[in-house]
Ligand binder design. Structure first.
Ligand code: P53
Length: 491
């Protein structure tokens, strides 16, 4: 009997983001990004934004807090900022891509650093050296038959746009972003076909991510409205520049189960899930859903909307839904603070049926099949799992090996769930790119200790290390999955 495999042409690869992987923060004419001013940290020490007030005072706040009006990002020479070197893709891309090729990747997800192309965000001309860098990267990928999958914006904004325009709170940022998109769509027309506009659009909220100073609902939702417009305009433009472009959205898909069959718990869970669905509703259907309009009304948010906005949203609906999947949540109408856990920076009730990672994220492979079904049943467009994985502390043995069986076990279960969703539920799934396929900086905590990779990188939480790459045990395991298109799993 022939072994079961994934559909022919399934995209297998890994995922990264510039701010956590690329480094070279001032190389080749790159400008500062907001994320270049956020410190490292660990589970007990939150990452801090460092800034200068209008009076020239140097201060720090967490990402949850607002920055005073007029404050500008500041890189403090006495602090450690993990984005500055990260795990240095900038100087290691040839070696890294060769390793991805050895694992059998046929696609690779990465992001373009906006401030590498437009150092200030509002520059009249793009930075040629920055454009040339990504040319080299894409050429190297294509030489190895690896399709680039590009996130246009992953969690940051040129610092100048945050400092002088209040980032996405300002409608002018829409124009700056669309210009950036036009430049990259044109430049990489013959090299890149798979795109996503904004990473995890549903969790964007802080100064580092979207450049806003105040985080009150009015500012936040106005900024989100601008981001929706920018994304829709980019999708439309990307299709005009190359009709073959596949342009998706990207949502952080942490869906919730009701704690019990008590109808109040079910209603809580519906409300929780709407916070994900809202973004898909806008970007797939091209309009705000009515439940969100009602919610905004209750919040007292009054969006400043132009007459042409509705048509812009309608004309720029996405080709596919990309999403990250790490965990599920539990919604309860009878909140018991003692039973709450912190997962993905959200406070959710604990699921007694699931184990959690060392960082408190629930591990729920069947939840991935459930997610795929829920999304597909509602939107009926192709999906792409562009992040999934286990953040864990790895042990480097004396002989240099890393025996990450826990990671293999995690992937084995999640890949089976994906297969079931395709085979049993009939969902359309384009591909799978596990997060941090090579070790990189954690977005949440700023640590290196929280590792996701098949490839180990010698670097610690303070930025010490040789940056030497080595294969973990999971490297060969994933290579076998990819090269057999899943057959090695005995599905
Ligand atoms: P880290 C919060 C909630 C869900 C996903 O996360 C998140 C975050 C930010 O921490 O991030 C996504 O590194 C994101 C990646 C990030 C990855 O998940 O905190 O798209 O940039 O690194 C994993 O363990």
């Amino acid at each position: 009997m022939t072994k079961k495999t994934f559909p022919k042409g399934f995209l297998w690869g890994g995922a990264t983001a510039a701010n956590q992987y690329e480094g070279g923060y001032l190389s080749g004419g790159k400008g500062l990004s907001t994320l270049d001013a956020i410190t490292g940290g660990d589970v007990n020490t939150p990452r801090m934004i460092t800034f200068k007030t209008v009076d020239g005072e140097i201060k720090r706040v967490t990402r949850e807090e607002s920055l005073p009006a007029g404050a500008v990002g500041y890189v403090d020479p006495n602090q450690y900022y993990p984005s500055h070197v990260a795990t240095d893709f900038y100087n290691h891309y040839e070696e890294d891509i060769a390793l991805f090729a050895e694992m059998g990747f046929n696609c690779f997800r990465m992001s373009i650093a906006w401030s590498r192309i437009f150092p200030n965000g509002d520059d009249a001309q793009p930075n040629e050296e920055g454009l040339a860098f990504y040319d080299k990267v894409f050429d190297t990928l294509l030489k190895h038959n690896i399709e680039p999958v590009v996130t246009i914006n992953h969690f940051d904004i040129p610092m100048h746009l945050a400092d002088h325009y209040d980032g996405w709170a300002n409608r002018k940022t829409v124009d700056f972003f669309v210009k950036f998109c036009e430049v990259v769509f044109k430049r990489y027309k013959d090299k890149v076909k798979y795109w996503m506009t904004f990473n995890e659009i549903n969790i964007l909220r802080s100064w580092t991510q979207i450049g806003i100073h105040s985080t009150d609902p009015q500012t936040l939702y106005q900024a989100k409205h601008h981001i929706f417009l920018a994304s829709a305009l980019a999708v439309k433009l990307g299709h005009e520049i190359n009709p073959e472009n596949q342009i998706g959205m990207m949502v952080c898909y942490v869906h919730s189960y009701p704690e019990t069959c008590r109808p109040e718990d079910v209603m809580e869970s519906i409300q929780f899930n709407r916070e994900l669905e809202f973004y898909m509703d806008v970007q797939v259907h091209g309009e705000y859903p009515r439940y969100k309009l009602k919610h905004l009304e209750r919040l007292g948010v009054n969006l400043d909307v132009s007459p042409e906005d509705a048509a812009i949203l309608k004309a720029g609906t996405v080709d596919y839904i990309g999403f990250s999947y790490y965990m599920t949540a539990v919604s309860s109408s009878q909140v018991d603070e003692t039973k709450m856990v912190i997962g993905n920076q959200m406070k959710v009730a604990k699921n007694p049926y699931l184990e959690t990672s060392d960082w408190g994220w629930s591990i729920d492979p069947l939840g991935l099949r459930i997610a795929l079904s829920k999304i597909y049943d509602r939107y009926r467009i192709p999906m792409f799992i562009v992040e999934n994985g286990l953040g864990a502390a790895d042990t480097l043995e004396a002989d240099g090996s890393i025996n990450d069986d826990y990671r293999i076990n995690y992937f084995d279960k999640h890949i089976r769930a994906m297969y079931d969703a395709i085979e049993l539920d009939g969902v359309e799934l384009m591909g799978y790119t596990p997060w941090g396929c090579i070790d990189l900086v954690s977005a949440g905590t700023g640590e290196m200790k929280k590792r996701y990779g098949f490839i180990y990188v010698d670097m610690d939480d303070k930025g010490n290390g040789t940056l030497k790459r080595s294969k973990k045990k999971s490297f060969n395991w994933y290579r076998d999955v990819i090269t057999s298109n899943g057959a090695s799993l005995n599905l």
